[in-house]
Design a protein around this ligand. Sequence first.
Ligand code: 5GP
Ligand code: MN
Length: 339
Amino acid sequence: MIERVKLEKFFSYISKFRKVVLLGHVNPDGDSVGSLAGMADFLTNNGIEPVCVVPSAYPGFLSFLDKNGKILVYGADKDSATGAVESAELIICLDFNSLSRIDELGEVTGRSRAPKILIDHHLYPDPLFDVIISDTEVSSTCELAYIVIEELRKIHPDLAPLSHDGQTAIYTGIMTDTNNFSNSVRPATFRIASELMEHGVDKTAVQQLVFGGFSEDRMRLLGYMLYENMKIIPEYNATVMLLSKEVKDKFHYNTGDSEGFVNMGLNIKGIVVAALFTEDNGFIRVSLRSKGDFSVNELAKRYFNGGGHKNASGGRLYIPISEVERYYADALEKYRHTI
Ligand code: 5GP
Ligand code: MN
């Protein structure tokens, strides 16, 4: 249950303000774009025309959630994105817990005096937000956004519901953040997914759009990563994959191509922690997954300049890719001695 006072504050803000910006995180995934598109649909149905802004481009397979290409990408158009945030009367942040997760947009947002609402499912939300609707038990921000909308409509029955596109967006975020209903699902997750299907969300179409539209290059990259690149470090029950610029070029890498790779290490019997390190411009993107009690959130916070959830976290490293494997093994060794 979401506290009534928070819902009332949310309602008073959306009743009062017309210039609303919805913010998503860097490298937006299905939950990020889904929650933006879902919340944008709800607000639009209730007379607000929100502007969605993300720090960097979302992968092409999510473009069905942004049919009119209205999501502003800061990296592609800094002026428009900055202008939208600067002129916002209300800012709603979805699927991230601190302004550091939106890179340079964090500074612009931090300077804004507009009230800021957070709807998120990561640990330790930053107290700077004016309304914090945060729950680490939900599967995804989309699940939480759906609950917020439904609870608001119970209190204020005049509010218009989500339309078909909004429902599809919410379903997509739940489906992707749970890795197709396998991680972090609880009974309520299935109840909400069922409700969305009953209302007409086409589960098969969404699945096809998200998991059935890969390029040949992406499939061959996956094959290469599993066959030649992934290493097992038996001492730590760990796996590691290194996606260097050289490999990216070889397989004509596009944003989102490595989505889901990091989970695969955990499918090996006995493996409890899996990592994917991706060489980016000036830093290494870190992706960590674990099973059971092993907290990659702790590991990411201590050694990888990041965080996230207990079993799924990320971060950044500022060392050459050639040093990453050793650094990872050292981090696992140190971590083992401190837990
Ligand atoms: P992914 O591996 O899919 O990029 O990220 C997994 C989880 O870790 C996500 O929930 C994401 O929010 C979090 N995460 C990814 N990168 C970072 C980062 O640089 N900093 C923090 N604090 N969290 C991150
Ligand atoms: Mn999420």
